[in-house]
Design a binder for this molecule. Structure first.
Ligand SMILES: [Zn+2]
Ligand SMILES: [Zn+2]
Length: 58
């Protein structure tokens, strides 16, 4: 299986069928894909880039 399961970076919930989830490159290092579920996006839950330790959103 090559498919990488998308998991919310903040709450570790799988977001495979979450229409409100977002995936974007880390605004700091641009090399790491940040995945956030709808819930964490709406509530502005903090995330930490596993690659460069950037903490967002801010
Ligand atoms: Zn989440
Ligand atoms: Zn980063």
């Amino acid at each position: 299986m090559d498919m990488e399961p998308k998991t919310c970076i903040s709450c570790k919930r799988k977001v495979v069928n979450d229409a409100g989830s977002v995936t974007f490159s880390c605004p700091s290092c641009i090399q790491y894909s940040i995945v956030r579920c709808k819930n964490c996006k709406v509530n502005a839950i903090k995330y930490t880039c596993a690659n460069c330790k950037f903490v967002g959103p801010n």
